[in-house]
Design a protein around this ligand. Structure first.
Ligand code: 3SL
Length: 247
């Protein structure tokens, strides 16, 4: 297995597809997706375009769908939800499909949707993703951060490092044997530096600061936890993610 870390969807090579691609958007899209599927959501379907989201979701009855959308961190007017994982309680989401559009996370998923296997990861479901990699041993794995509008983000990189570190430890393989690019080494270094204070790191992150200005402290706190949800979001068709146990 070779791991590659890309900080943004734009940095991924365009003429290749990996055996397994993992979208990461710790603040907050992939944290929300893991939370919805762990809480019994039927699926999460992602869109970059709000009009398209509305049009496709019209085919679902209102009892079976939720529309979620965020632009610049704020909820899209008229939608049921923004992008806070804390709103996704079992009472609200169980049995429903979440139709969601976010600024960066959905773009990452669209970039990697043709990989053989597509997963989503956040700190909160890191262990489930690592278990999948250890059990299935895909040859090439891309861990793709969402960043913010094309730029590096601390929170996605630290999550990539948390995944790569755990894979290396559990396979008892030195990191230089499984690292496919230098970004893997630097992501692990970031994780090792901050693993005991991930909430502190999210406070330094530019998007963490943006969310704090929008009253998002509780979201930061929730998203900074490691391995609290045993759920593996996996793509069942382009743009649709389900809990692996329900496929
Ligand atoms: O950019 C995204 O995809 C979002 O996760 C951003 S936010 O945290 O909802 O503002």
């Amino acid at each position: 297995m070779k791991l590659f870390v890309y900080h943004t969807p734009e940095q991924t090579p365009s003429e290749q597809e990996p055996n397994c691609a993992i979208a990461v958007d710790v603040l907050r899209a992939t944290s929300t997706m893991a939370t919805v599927l762990a809480a019994g959501g039927e699926a999460v379907q992602v869109f970059s375009d709000l009009e398209k989201l509305i049009q496709v979701s019209e085919a679902w009855s209102t009892e079976h769908r939720l529309r979620a959308g965020e632009r610049g961190g704020a909820k899209v007017p008229g939608f049921d939800l923004g992008n806070s994982p804390l709103d996704c309680t079992p009472e609200l989401v169980s049995g429903k499909r979440l139709f969601i559009s976010t600024t960066n996370g959905t773009r990452t998923l669209q970039r990697i949707e043709n990989a053989q296997v597509v997963l989503t990861a956040a700190l909160i479901n890191r262990a489930a993703v690592v278990r999948y990699l250890i059990n299935h041993q895909p040859d090439t794995v891309w861990i793709v951060g969402s960043g913010w509008e094309g730029n590096f983000s601390l929170e996605d990189t630290v999550c990539a490092g948390a995944i790569a570190h755990a894979v290396s430890q559990q396979m008892q393989t030195p990191i230089e044997k499984i690292a496919g690019n230098d970004e893997v080494i630097s992501a692990i270094a970031l994780y090792l530096q901050w693993q005991d204070n991930l909430l502190g790191l999210l406070h330094h992150a530019s998007h963490g600061q943006r969310l704090l200005r929008l009253d998002g402290y509780e979201d930061l706190k929730y998203c900074s936890q490691t391995d609290i949800l045993d759920v593996l979001p996996i793509q069942s068709e382009p743009g649709v993610l389900k809990a692996a146990s329900r496929l």
